[in-house]
Design a protein around this ligand. Structure first.
Ligand code: ZN
Length: 306
């Protein structure tokens, strides 16, 4: 076969192959390659688990939790949740945009730390200076507050990460900025806990209230959060999340589960991101939350020490 005719044959074949590869949902992403090369144990399931050796207990706990949450929200079939889970110890946490101590979701992967306990959480998230105050308050909910709080962090944050997926892929909503994306993910996690795990939700609220009473953050404005996001640092980032929670609880007490649909109707996924000023966004949110959005943003932004 001459080169020319070979090219004629290969060119359409190449085109077809390219199109098929682009359309295959199982296509290898940068995250796939990054995680596949980390020598992890694989545990099959509706959400496959890629786990650092020796951390299977934490890994399977996270996997079962995701299974349960998906079971609760898969009205259209569990196939809508196309995800994988990576549970990594600090020695295998490399190549990501976020330092160890963050939990995140990216390119269909939920990635979480494998080996955090009370001591490690308290150092990374910044509450080692007031562990006693915290454990005393938590003792009202659990006889073993340190272990309980570790579980609270894991359960809530894993549900939160899935909440990002749910908001965009199942509700088909497009949060207009990082702030709405983050608190909607927490809204989903709150809804799950309300319906399934009131004790964890109670622990979460105690921890968040104590944290925001004790911590004075460097950044506290909505604009700081939207422009700097995770670069405010892990502790300030955690602080922001703790400050979103009273607003979520307030909205939830009035609108419950149904608010998520209302949010999706207000901010549908259209292919283009809604470009709104902060003022315009707060106006829209105030309309659908009975003015709760701007009320809580004002509290978050006002420094009690000034
Ligand atoms: Zn998030």
């Amino acid at each position: 076969m001459k080169t020319n005719s070979l090219l004629k044959f290969l060119f359409p074949a190449f085109l077809v192959l390219t199109v098929v590869l682009q359309e295959m949902p199982g296509q290898t992403s940068r995250m796939d390659s990054l995680i596949f090369e980390k020598k992890l144990n694989i545990i099959e399931g509706s959400i496959p688990l890629y786990c650092s050796p020796y951390y299977e207990e934490r890994g399977t706990m996270a996997q079962s939790l995701l299974d349960h949450i998906i079971g609760t929200y898969s009205g259209n079939g569990s196939g809508i949740f196309q995800l994988k889970l990576a549970v990594l110890d600090s020695s295998r946490w490399s190549g990501f945009s976020f330092p160890y101590g963050f939990f995140f979701i990216h390119q269909g992967w939920i990635v979480i730390p494998a080996d955090l306990d009370f001591q490690k959480f308290s150092h990374l998230w910044g509450y080692s200076g007031f562990t006693q105050t915290l454990t005393e308050k938590l003792r009202g909910v659990s006889a073993n507050p340190e272990e309980f709080l570790t579980d609270v962090h894991y359960i809530f944050t894993i549900a939160h990460e899935l909440g990002h997926y749910y908001t965009e892929k199942v509700l088909n909503a497009s949060p207009p900025d990082s702030w709405t994306a983050e608190w909607m993910a927490s809204y989903f996690a709150t809804d799950y806990l309300h319906r399934n795990d009131a004790k964890t939700l109670e622990g979460l609220n105690i921890w968040e209230q104590t944290y925001t009473e004790e911590i004075t953050p460097k950044y506290r404005s909505l604009q700081d959060f939207n422009t700097r996001y995770a670069s405010v640092g892990l502790q300030n980032y955690v602080w922001f999340h703790c400050m979103f929670q009273p607003m979520i609880n307030d909205i939830y007490s009035e609108y419950g589960t149904g608010f998520m649909e209302l949010f999706a109707e207000t901010f549908p996924r259209t292919g283009t991101r809604n470009e709104l000023s902060q003022e315009e966004l707060l106006d829209i949110l105030d309309r659908i939350t009975g003015d709760r959005a701007s009320y809580w943003v004002e509290i978050m932004e006002s420094d009690p020490e000034l």
